[in-house]
Design a protein around this ligand. Structure first.
Ligand SMILES: [Mn+2]
Length: 426
């Protein structure tokens, strides 16, 4: 990313919401065990606006003036951590931003508050950060100097930053394409892996190791490997269950490239051939997946894509024993999740799905989202007994383009392609 990108984003946000004072917290390290922290992932809004991966830092955007507050800029800057020093590239990212020690937060917020109608931050994400900020704006502390009659409003910064993050620029698209390409390679290799006799956990570990060997920074989310009847769970964490021949295996796995996420699901057979019933269920989901992706273009909404998905799934189910009215009632229970979510720096990018008037956002070039229809025959859904305890989901990451769409993720999904790869197991 170029320094100008971050400078422009800050300017754009401040100009778009000129009456709003932004305080964007970078997040902090969470302890995994005594004295050892979990791997840190910086809050995406902070990263989007600074390109920095500092923990415990704040970006304050006050129109033309902005501040970066970090312990790295205090007199006692840590000797232990790399982050005490910004490298020369990072310094350029925040060249126009005033650097201050983190304990100046209350002073800086109070000194600017009089000129703004509202304060935007990610309320509720971190109790300690909430506390510090709310304390700093206690009535008596902000009353002085305030020349506006309007009461101070507090709003969620994620929704506002999310309006910028919705459309990806060329550099972001390049990173997402790369996240998709590398994650797809791992799925492709997995399709040639012998997994019968392995545990779900061994398969998940293998996948995550491959992501690391692809130089990816980390998984974009906890890898899902569900086999047999565990395919009906939407988020099956890999367990010590041993994978058996003839089982379906649902793998939902993706990793990050330069902060940008890939999110891919494939459902494969543990052995080398799908059973007849598996094939029939898979075909219903695959048809919905392909139909909906082929439809993607500017002007449509994710709500419309979801309705279309349910319609294609319903038609498929109606060919296997459901009558039309039954299927209408049950399809949204058989697929108890949305077809799509925004994706970007976060695997579920927090941009809004509806506009100020409650209308679904219309797709525009540069928007990125998943298409992931699924059907899950958990207990209680016994209408089609041959599908009992089976779940199938197929997911790709899609960019809206001038011509229609591009898929960032490319992995075999036709049954014949999957069976060919499964027959090369080693
Ligand atoms: Mn997804």
């Amino acid at each position: 990313m170029k320094a100008q990108t971050y400078i422009q984003r800050r300017k754009q946000l401040a100009a778009k919401y000129s009456r709003t004072l932004f305080v964007i917290y970078s997040g902090d390290e969470k302890m995994r065990s005594h004295s050892v922290a979990h791997r840190f992932k910086v809050a995406s809004d902070f990263y989007y606006l600074t390109g920095l991966e500092l923990s415990g830092a704040y970006l304050v955007l006050a129109s033309d003036t902005s501040y970066l507050l970090s312990k790295a800029f205090s007199h006692e800057a840590a000797v232990w951590d790399d982050e005490a020093i910004l490298n020369s590239e990072e310094q350029e990212f925040v060249q126009d931003v005033q650097k201050e020690s983190v304990d100046k937060l209350a002073d800086i917020v109070q000194s600017h508050l009089a000129q703004f109608d509202r304060l935007a931050f990610a309320l509720g994400r971190n109790a300690q950060a909430d506390d510090e900020l709310l304390n700093s704006i206690a009535f008596e502390k902000r009353y002085r100097g305030r020349k506006l009659a309007t009461p101070l409003a507090i709003t969620d910064s994620r929704t506002l930053v999310g309006t910028l993050r919705l459309k990806k620029d060329d550099d972001e698209i390049a990173n997402m394409r790369e996240a998709g390409r590398r994650s797809s390679l791992v799925h492709h290799e997995l399709m040639k892996l012998k997994i019968v006799g392995k545990t779900e956990r061994q398969v998940a570990n293998w996948i995550e190791a491959q992501f690391m060997l692809q130089d990816m920074s980390w998984t974009a989310y906890q890898t899902i490997v569900g086999s047999g009847e565990r395919t009906v769970l939407l988020h099956a964490r890999a367990t010590d269950k041993v994978i058996k021949d003839n089982e379906l295996v649902l793998i939902d796995a993706g990793a990050e490239w330069k902060g940008y996420c890939a999110d891919i699901t494939r459902t494969i057979t543990a052995g080398s051939k799908f059973t007849q019933a598996q094939r029939e269920l898979y075909d219903i989901v695959l048809k919905a997946h392909k139909d909906v992706i082929s439809e993607v273009k500017e002007g449509l909404t994710l709500t419309q894509l979801h309705e279309h998905t349910l319609q294609v799934l319903s038609e498929g189910l109606a060919r296997h024993g459901y009558n039309k009215d039954e299927v209408k009632n049950e399809v949204s229970s058989l697929m108890a999740h949305s077809t799509s979510h925004w994706i970007g720096l976060d695997v579920h990018d927090p941009s809004a799905y509806f506009d100020d008037l409650g209308q679904a956002i219309k797709l525009e070039q540069g928007m990125t989202f998943t298409v992931e229809p699924g059907l899950y025959f958990r207990s209680g859904f016994d209408k089609i007994s041959k599908f009992k305890n089976m779940g199938v989901r197929i997911e790709d990451d899609i960019l809206v383009t001038a011509k229609g769409h591009e898929s960032f993720t490319k992995v075999a999904k036709e049954i014949e392609e999957i069976e060919t790869l499964r027959s090369q197991q080693a």
